[in-house]
Design a protein around this ligand. Structure first.
Ligand code: IMP
Length: 183
């Protein structure tokens, strides 16, 4: 596929993403054999990742969705996270895997892990497609992550900038001029 004109550089091609997701799914399938796995997808960014991940898992799993607000329209975290949509089913007694597009400052996952503590899940772990270790503000780590990326704002494969670019099949760094134009 041709590179979108707003993309500075393709960081991960769709073939690289496919391989990364496949590897991760293999690990998750081994670790969750015999467990009661619920994939709790964090909307909206995690949805493309979830869709590919579940098709590579060979253990029984349920899916559910949560939504938080944190970023607004810009490219830096506001530092505030709030729950705007909760899981439909109770996670009590289940093995919850939070499925996120990217772990950046860690504030979103810290908030969700805190929130999960009150729900009597059997276990709670974090699976992120991407992590930006350089920008971490709190001490949380993903249990599973397919790729570590530099501290750049990326879009595609579910990740957006002001609701755009989620449909790109690759992950790319957005041109600074595009960001500046919208701010
Ligand atoms: P955190 O709370 O800073 O870890 O950020 C988590 C959320 O911020 C992710 O689920 C994304 O929605 C958003 N985010 C962080 N970095 C990026 C990026 O580079 N591109 C698009 N969204 C991002």
């Amino acid at each position: 596929m041709k590179k979108h004109p707003d993309i500075e550089k393709v960081l991960l091609s769709s073939a690289q993403i496919r391989k990364g997701v496949e590897k991760l799914a293999g690990r998750i399938s081994r670790d969750y054999r015999g467990k009661k796995l619920i994939l709790a997808c964090i909307l909206k960014g995690g949805v493309v990742f979830l869709a590919d991940l579940i098709r590579r898992l060979d253990v029984p799993c349920a899916i559910d969705f949560m939504s938080v607000a944190s970023y607004g329209g810009g490219t830096t975290s506001s530092g505030r996270v709030r729950l705007i949509m909760d899981l439909r089913e109770s996670p009590e007694g289940k093995d919850v895997l939070l499925v996120e597009d990217i772990l950046d400052t860690g504030l979103t996952i810290e908030f969700l892990l805190e929130n999960m503590k009150t729900r009597n899940a059997r276990s709670v772990k974090v699976c992120a497609l991407l992590e930006k270790p350089e920008n971490r503000k709190v001490n949380v780590k993903p249990d599973y992550a397919a790729f570590r990326i530099p501290n750049e704002f990326v879009v595609g494969y579910g990740l957006d900038f002001a609701e755009r670019y989620r449909n790109l099949p690759y992950i790319g760094i957005l041109k600074k001029s595009v960001v500046d134009r919208s701010l």
